[in-house]
Ligand binder design. Structure first.
Ligand code: ZN
Ligand code: ZN
Length: 403
């Protein structure tokens, strides 16, 4: 059974709109986790909550056979929604700095949750038709690259066993109802670094008595612009962005430190290593050049590995989708510079993973992920996402004896 009834689809659409109206921040997905856990229990899954913070895992066994992991992420983004949808979010939450920020499901993780919840129901209802183990994982904090790691570090596989394949999907602004594949590397790596530059404070009229961290920071910002332009081959892709720069409070005081947050992206892991080394070299050398009293401190705030799709497993999923949905609804996904932590579920288990795109756009030029206008159309996105997860899972699960 891989098809949704009309009543089941209505129920899932209501779940989707409810999740959309009630977004939660990374590691704050308490309500979402509670809803998901309740639904899994009702479907007959053995459920554990609070894994790696707010993560939920559900396991369903049907005899001997391969174990398939299906993953959805649950967190929203600090963004004020401007879609004007009747179920738009008006929710705010306190951020790490104690400031109130708006929240929005602007990356479609609400759709991922609704789809996986529906897929879990179908797999449970059709349990007689497959053999093996289904492990559904609802992870927290994808947007800050922390949730998958947290669940794995909290013993996800010790408690539920190691899967034979990891499967996941993500909504993107491709035509709704389409499924997109990219064998090999699909997403790049990303690192967020915090840099603390130490200077020596003094009176604004006496620069000779201090070491000005503002001038030091300015030199660092300018010199960092040469990393991609002068140290990375034009054939490669990388970005170094100084996303945040703070120093000083008073107009007549030279401050004693400056802090900056750097967002660094590269498609290839090798290029990422080179870029990170260059960034660190420049930050340290500029601090030296300024005569900083102490070396700068660099701290990694988040780290996304690159995401790779196993080519063989991807081919199996793509051909199962073509059989199930028709070849016209299955297409290619271009590799993207964005990042994900989904790949950790496969790499931690040493097994193949497949991450496909789920088209969610109702019109051409629909706003993309992370836009305050991002608005997946509920249908056919939802039913396609549910049935795609079930179809992909069934591709790897065993057949019952005599089938
Ligand atoms: Zn996102
Ligand atoms: Zn996302």
């Amino acid at each position: 059974m891989t098809e949704l009834s009309e009543a089941a689809l209505d129920d899932l659409a209501e779940l989707y709109r409810d999740l959309h109206r009630n977004p939660e921040p990374p590691f704050g997905e308490v309500r979402t986790a509670g809803i998901v856990a309740g639904r899994l229990r009702r479907a007959g899954f053995e459920v554990a909550t609070g894994i790696g913070g707010t993560g939920v895992a559900g396991v369903l066994r049907s005899g001997e056979g391969p174990a398939v992991l299906l993953r959805a992420d649950m967190d929203a983004l600090p963004l004020a929604e401007r879609t004007g949808l009747p179920y738009a979010s008006t929710v705010t939450a306190e951020d790490a700095h104690g400031e109130r920020t708006p929240l929005m499901h602007a990356c479609g993780h609400d759709m991922h949750v609704a789809c996986l919840s529906g897929a879990a129901d179908l797999l449970a209802a059709g349990r007689g038709g497959w053999r093996g183990t289904v492990l559904v994982v609802f992870q927290p904090a994808e947007e800050i690259a922390a949730g998958a790691r947290a669940m794995l570090d909290d013993g996800l596989y010790d408690r539920f066993g190691t899967p034979d394949v990891a499967l996941g999907q993500h909504v993107f602004p491709y035509p709704a109802g389409t499924l997109l594949h990219c064998p090999g590397q699909v997403l790049g790596a990303a690192e967020t670094l915090e840099v603390r530059l130490h200077g020596k404070g003094s009176h604004g009229s006496q620069p000779e008595r201090g070491v000005d961290p503002v001038v030091l920071a300015a030199a660092v910002v300018m010199r960092l612009q040469t990393v991609v332009s002068r140290e990375v081959s034009p054939a490669e892709r990388a970005v170094v962005t100084v996303a945040r720069l703070r120093a000083g409070h008073a107009e007549n005081v030279i401050p004693d430190e400056a802090t900056m947050t750097l967002n660094i992206r590269a498609f290839s892991p090798d290029v990422m290593r080179g870029v990170l080394a260059a960034v660190e070299r420049i930050v340290r050398a500029e601090a030296d050049a300024s005569g900083a009293p102490r070396p700068p401190e660099l701290r990694t705030l988040s780290s996304f590995p690159a995401t790779f799709n196993d080519p063989d497993a991807t081919e199996r999923v793509a051909s199962a989708f073509a059989d199930r949905f028709g070849a016209e609804r299955v297409g290619d996904l271009a590799p993207m510079m964005g990042s994900e932590d989904f790949g950790l579920f496969g790499s931690a288990a040493g097994v193949p993973s497949v991450f496909w795109g789920l088209g969610s756009a109702g019109e051409e030029d629909a706003p993309g992920n992370h836009s305050p206008l991002f608005a997946p159309v509920v249908e056919p996105t939802l039913s396609t996402g549910v049935e795609a997860l079930v179809t992909a899972a069934r591709t790897f699960l065993g057949e019952p004896a005599g089938a």
